[in-house]
Each structure stands twice: as C-alpha cells, then as structure tokens.
Ligand binder design. Structure first.
Ligand code: ADP
Ligand code: MG
Length: 680
C-alpha cells in the first residue's frame, strides 16, 4: 500500500498554498477534498449562430466593435463575429486595460450563458481570453471551485492538477462496504470529480448523484458518524452523581390536574432511568408544540431535587422563562421545592441575593434565561441542567452551556423543532432522543385558512366576534428582517389601528423592545384575560401557553419561514376549543412562499412540516448557524443521501469495534483540525 503523505501540512511557497488557508485548506488532503461547485464545458467551440438563449456555450470570434455606453449605466459592449454570425459581450464592471484588450480584430474565446437581447444574442460578464489562431482547446471539463476574493480559479486548478498526477490515497473504509454500495475507490472518485473526461455530462456531475460523488459523500457521512460516536464514548467516561430518589416525582405526578399521556410517561421513564446512572445523561426531549414537554421536565427536576441536587432550567427568552416560573412554582412549591429566578433584567442587588442563595444551596430549582450561566452562578450541587427550546439558543451560548453542564451534571434538552430521522441520526448521533409523539387528549387540530390581505377588514370583524364571545386572539405582525425599527413601528401602528377598529375590546401590545417587567405584565394580563386581543411581534413565537387563545392572525405570512409559522400556530389549539389560524398573505407569492403556505394549510403535523422545511431550505439553514457555517458536512444532503446515512452509521459501529486505527485515519482525513471545534 502506498504511504499516505496527504496528511502532511501543505508546503507554503511558490504553489501559493499559504493563501489557501483562507479556504480552510491547510493540508494536501484538504486541497484534494476541495471539490468543484460546478463545471464548464470548454472542450468545444460552437458557431455563434447555433447558440440558443438560456444555454451556456463557448464561442470564438473577432472583435468588430467595442464601445462604452453611458446609459442606463456605464457598460462596455464588445461585438464579436465568426463565420456564422455575431454576438455581444457585455461588461458592467471593467477596467481601462480590459477595455483596450478588445481592439477591433482581436480574437476572443468567451464562455457564458447566452441571453437574447434587443440587439441579438449577448453574454453578460463572460469568462473569456484572447487567443491566437489555433490556440489549444481543453481536453476535459473545466471545474469551477468555491473560492474567496484573491484566490483565482487558475491557482486552485493548477495546484490540484499537480497533485492529481501522482495521487494514490490509502483506503480507510472497509472494502466490503464500498463494494456493496458499488462505489469507486476514493482516489478514482477524486480524480473524476476534479478532472472529468470530456464526455461526462456537466448536469450529471452537478447533481452529485454520480458514484464518484456518492463515494465522497459516504466518506464524509462516515467521518461525521465516527466523530460524534467517539465524542459520545468519551462522555461515557465522565461521572455525574446518580439521582435515584423518585418519591418527590411521584408526589408531583399525583397532584397534577391531568393524567400523563402514554408518550409522556415513556419519555419520563427514559429520563428517570438515565438520571439514575453515574454517567451523565445527554438527552434530547423532542415533541411537537403543545405536546407537554414541561411537565416531563418538571418530573425530572423532582427526581434530581428529591435526590438532594439542584436543578437549573433555562429558556431562550425571558418571556418563556417567566412562564415556566409561573407554571412550575405552583406545581412544585407546595411540595417543598424552593424555586428561584434569575434573569438579566433583575436588579443587581437581587441577582446577588439569588446567586448567594444558589451558592448556599437554599434554592433547589433555578429558573431563568442564559443569565444562569453568564452571571457566574456557582451552584452548590448542580445535578441536572434543563435547556428548553435548545435550538433557539445562540451558538456561543450552547457551547458554554454544554461546557458548564458537562462538568458534573445530567443534561436534558428540549426542542419543539421535530427533527427528521435522517437528520437526527446524523447530527445527533451523540445524543439520546426521547420523543413525545402524541398530543394530550381533547385537542382539536388547528384549522388553517389562507386569506389574501385584500380581505383584512373581514378578518378584523372575525376577531371582534371571537373576542365578544370571550375567546382570545393573537395578531402577529409582519416580520421585517431588514429593519428592527420598522418592525417595531408596524407593531405599534397595528396596535393603534386595531384598538380603534375593535372599539371597547381590550387590545394589548407585546414586542421585543418592551422592558422585561412590561412584557411580563402584558403576558399576565393576556393569560388572565384582561387583554383579549394581543398584537405581537414574533417574540411570542416560542413556548407561550395561553390555552384560552383560539384565534391567530398572522400578517404577511409569506415572509415567515415554515418552522416559524408552525411555532407561531402552536400558540393556539392548546385548549378544548376549536382553533383557527388565519394566514394573511400579500400576493403575488413567490414559488417558495406558495409552498410554505400550502404546507401550513395541508398539515399540522410537525414532522411533516419539518420534512418539507428541510426540503425547502436544506439542513444547514434548518439547524441554524453552527451547522451552516462550519458543518462537518460539506457535500452530503441529508434528504437526498438519507440511504447513505444509514449505511454510514452501521459502518461506523463496525469500524469502532474492529478497525480502531482506521477510525483515526478516516476522521483525520475528513475533519482534520476542525474536529475539536466541531465536537462542541
Ligand atoms: P410544549 O411541549 O409545547 O412545551 P407544554 O409543556 O407547554 O407544551 O404543554 C402544553 C399544555 O398542555 C400546557 O397547558 C400543559 O399544562 C398541558 N398538558 C401537558 N400535559 C398534559 C396532559 N397529559 N393532559 C392534558 N394537558 C396537558
Ligand atoms: Mg415548551
């Protein structure tokens, strides 16, 4: 087997490889795994007359005229002709030397998408070069690489081409697996992808379903599985205090005003079992909005507190944290649990007092926002950290939460973003997952109506009728991503307009700029029905629980993401009443806007919504910042490649037991120095 030198640091110097660090390319193997985004077919030159609008083509001709136009904006137009006809090359950005290149009579070879214009065919910003007669034509498809400013395609191409000539990578994956998947050797796959033969189809190459792509994707998925599984194994060596005393949880269960659903019981017992172990729990509790995760968390808290530990419960917003406080206080305080509250908005003196009590161990359950970890709180005996709506925490917060908690505590994360199976298997290979897959009984599914905003007045009347019947209403203001100020102003205006239109009915206003105490007051007024119509920005998106609210109107629904709409809609349909969600849209709708609204209309199933969302957005965006930026997955698409995820997982299990040296080689090859960072 050839020696693998590809892990060696890439040598800086004439090759310009030092510049490549900005592309994340530090070693030879990184360069080889820097794969093309797409391809250009420069192997043929076609007659100008045979080009068709919409196609990408390479043409060659002589410059006939070249001029700079001033209007509608400054641009350079170069007309070239061959034996068959003529075509315009148009440049919106150009330099004087470039302008001079196109002297009449010069021969130009240009590549790009041909468009029809008033004056015949044109290519805007073609890739081009000036050629002499008989200049050679490339014999293979030309790869186009992802790059950053200052690193040209030519530099990347030649650096890679040089290494391909002698490329021979040792295999790290068991040959049986590769044979079963009918995939090529990694070396062959990389050679094909970097330098495809001229008869390969650019379309097939770009679709990433060729065996060569699947080989790369499989290896990448395998690296991710191996890395996550190893992180999980490392955690198994950590020790947390076993929390075995179940009596307090029993008492809570007995005093609840409802019986747990079967799914809640199952999740609660999975958690109870984990807590009793010495190895720290790392469990995600997943359940659609309204499925009743909070009570399951409360039972876990009781087991920890009953066993003599403290519990931290964190929520991503103060509104939500406060709601937990109001819900859990009445459940737990009668059982003798001492509940504390810590949030950024508390006065400094109060914070100090809370911190001291936590440190002294006289608070059993501390509820709050991420202030819990940021305000240098020292727990006397933290046993369990519960993180609600964990996907809503920022990246840095999640990391520090994990670091803090991992030292000694069990962790329970909760999320209402249902994660499709392939995604869960992939990204959460290091987590245990409990799912609450049913809603408490007596809920009627929310009916969703799509209504054009031309009929807004009718909807306002519906709101009045609902409020007069004693039902409560959310009116969600449009998301204005470009401007927080504008979003705020819209909310204020909407509140004023609705207050006037609805006469004596009490209309409240909730937005992110209110002082925390004001927010709490508004939420309290709404949940105690002193306010009947609540005008709100998306601050109400997560977790808010007012069962009497049964009508929701979302303005400019087409601006929201699918997951967000689902979360918002989850605020209604929490009581026994039939609930309605009105999505007011402003046409004309974009293709994806229409698909999002249709999905909302067609289903209330969070898993189905998540599946469609994943399809519309791709996993990076779906999961948030960390994954989109520095994902371990650059090539795989969890929807398209779901079959490979499963094989990779099984293959990882096999390798961890039977081929531990290959595990290291494989992870290093694919993740290299990034692994440490990504583990978090
Ligand atoms: P989520 O999973 O979205 O966090 P919550 O925990 O806020 O849901 O629960 C939603 C509502 O359902 C709350 O009012 C809660 O008290 C109620 N609830 C939870 N479990 C049950 C149950 N088994 N039967 C009836 N109501 C329940
Ligand atoms: Mg919740």
């Amino acid at each position: 087997m050839p020696r693998d030198r590809s892990q060696a640091p890439a040598k800086p110097g004439p090759s310009g490889l030092d510049a490549f660090a900005r592309l994340g390319v530090r070693r030879e193997i990184d360069l080889l795994l820097h794969l093309p985004l797409r391809y250009e077919d420069l192997t043929v030159v076609v007659p100008i007359a045979s080009t068709r609008a919409g196609d990408s083509a390479q043409v060659e001709g002589t410059v006939r005229t070249s001029r700079v136009d001033g209007r509608p904006r400054r641009m350079l137009r170069v007309e070239i002709e061959d034996d068959s006809g003529s075509l315009t090359l148009r440049f919106l950005h150009f330099t004087p030397p470039q302008q001079r290149q196109f002297a009449p009579g010069a021969r130009v070879r240009a590549y790009g998408e041909v468009r029809a214009s008033l004056f015949g065919g044109e290519i805007v910003h073609p890739r081009y070069r000036l050629v002499g007669d008989g200049a050679p034509i490339p014999q293979q498809l030309t790869p186009v690489y992802p790059t950053v400013a200052g690193i040209g395609q030519g530099l990347i191409r030649s650096a890679i081409a040089r290494r391909l000539r002698t490329l021979s990578l040792p295999e790290t994956v068991p040959p049986g697996v590769i044979a079963r998947l009918e995939l090529p050797a990694l070396t062959d796959a990389l050679k094909l992808l970097h330098a495809p033969p001229p008869d390969a189809s650019t379309a097939a190459l770009e679709e990433r379903s060729l065996p060569a792509w699947r080989r790369v994707i499989f290896d990448e998925l395998l690296a991710q599985q191996l890395s996550l599984r190893r992180a999980r194994a490392a955690r198994a060596d950590l020790r947390a205090g076993p929390l075995r005393e179940g009596a307090l949880a029993e008492r809570l269960n007995a005093t609840l005003p409802f019986a747990l659903t079967a799914a809640q019981r199952r999740a609660a017992s999975e958690i109870a079992r984990d807590l009793a172990l010495e190895q720290p729990m790392n469990r995600l509790l997943q359940g659609d909005v309204g499925s009743g995760k909070t009570v399951v968390a409360a039972l876990a808290a009781c087991q920890a507190i009953g066993s003599g530990s403290q519990v931290a419960l964190m929520a991503p917003t103060e509104i939500l944290a406060e709601q937990h406080l109001r819900k859990l206080g009445p459940w737990l305080e009668p059982l003798g649990v001492r509940v504390g509250w810590l949030a950024g908005s508390l006065r400094e003196a109060d914070k100090r007092a809370v911190r001291a009590a936590v440190e002294a161990g006289t608070i059993d359950l501390l509820v709050g926002t991420h202030a819990l970890i940021e305000e240098s709180v020292k727990f006397a005996r933290l046993g369990l950290a519960i993180i609600d709506e964990q996907h809503r925490f920022g990246v840095a917060q999640r990391l520090s939460l994990r670091e803090r908690a991992e030292l000694l505590a069990h962790q329970l994360m909760m999320s209402a973003t249902p994660i499709p199976r392939s995604l869960a298997m992939s990204y959460y290979a290091d987590l245990d997952v409990s799912v609450i897959e049913e809603l408490p009984p007596g809920r009627t599914p929310v009916v969703t109506r799509l209504v054009s905003d031309a009929r807004r007045d009718e909807i306002v009347e519906r709101v009045r009728t609902a409020a007069e019947d004693g039902r409560q209403v959310y009116w969600v203001c449009p998301l204005i991503e470009e401007s927080e100020a504008l979003e705020l102003q819209t909310a204020i205006d909407t509140h004023a307009a609705l207050s006037e239109a609805l006469g004596p009915i009490a209309v409240g206003l909730l937005h992110g700029r209110l002082a925390p105490a004001e927010k709490q007051q508004v939420m309290r007024d709404f949940s105690e029905a002193r306010i009947l119509v609540l005008v709100a920005t998306t601050v109400i998106e997560v977790g808010v629980d007012v069962p009497n609210a049964s009508l929701m109107v979302i303005e400019h629904a087409e601006r929201f993401g699918l997951a967000q709409l689902h979360q918002l809609r989850g605020r209604v349909g929490r009581g026994a009443q039939k609930s309605i969600c009105v999505l007011l849209y402003h046409g004309p709708l974009s293709q994806s806007g229409r698909e999002r609204l249709r999905a909302m209309h067609e289903t209330t199933d969070g898993f189905e919504i998540a599946r469609r969302d994943l399809r519309l957005r791709g996993p990076g965006e779906f999961l948030g910042a960390r994954q989109s930026g520095q994902s371990m997955l650059r090539f795989a698409d969890l929807d398209r490649d779901a079959d490979l995820v499963e094989v990779a997982r099984d293959c990882a299990s096999h390798m961890l037991i039977h081929e531990p040296q290959q595990v290291d080689a494989h992870i290093t090859r694919w993740l290299g120095a990034r692994e440490e960072f990504l583990k978090a």
